[in-house]
Design a binder for this molecule. Structure first.
Ligand code: SAM
Length: 186
């Protein structure tokens, strides 16, 4: 069975957009407890590569490399990068901050995580690659949308049934990366 309800959100997005395909190199950011990793591993198959990172420990998933660490730590990013030597076809981030209960603080932290995911995409995505990320609507979301529009040909908003209860949460799927990530691979 799946480790988290989050699996059903990704399955729903996958059913509609077919973003995960055999042979892909995928980075799953904020992966614990591993629901998305469980969905993605069989879809990329043996020729694909799947790296899952979270600051919380997570049980292994067959077909995935699990890295325990905080993505604000450059050393952790370097380890992720090493496991994706050719860059990534897809970066997916379901990251969410620990909620403090102070709405403005939580929103700022959530947007900061989304910007970090975008930054990883800008550096590591192959041309034509995709970025799927959770975004909490509110302050900062509009600027983030503009940044995504600059770097990707297409951006669509997905709101899976499985996430309806969380009213401000959306998933943004940015397609066809236009940037020059390959220039300064690090
Ligand atoms: N997609 C996962 C699944 O299907 O099981 C659920 C992810 S959960 C909603 C959000 C995750 O983001 C948490 O496990 C949390 O530890 C992680 N996270 C938040 N901030 C992080 C950071 N700075 N570095 C690494 N992981 C982080």
């Amino acid at each position: 069975g799946y480790r988290s309800r989050a699996s059903y959100k990704l399955l729903e997005i996958q059913q509609r957009d077919r973003l995960i395909r055999p042979g892909m190199q995928v980075l799953d950011v904020g992966a614990a407890p591993g629901g998305w990793t469980q969905v993605a591993a069989p879809l990329i198959g043996k020729k694909g590569r799947l790296v899952a990172v979270d600051r919380l420990p997570m049980d292994p998933v067959a077909g995935a490399t699990v890295i325990c660490g905080d993505v604000y730590d450059d050393a952790v990013l370097a380890v992720c990068r090493k496991h994706l030597p050719e860059g990534a076809d897809l970066i997916m981030s379901d990251m969410a901050p620990n909620m403090s209960g102070i709405a403005s603080v939580d929103q700022a932290r959530a947007i900061d995580l989304a910007e970090l995911a975008l930054n990883m995409a800008q550096r590591w995505l192959k041309p034509g690659g995709s970025l799927l990320m959770k975004v909490f609507m509110g302050s900062g979301a509009e600027e983030l949308r503009r940044a995504l529009r600059r770097d990707f040909k297409k951006m669509v908003v997905r709101k899976p049934e499985a996430s309806r209860a969380r009213s401000t949460e959306q998933y943004w799927l940015a397609l066809n990366f236009q940037g020059l990530a390959q220039e300064g691979l690090d």
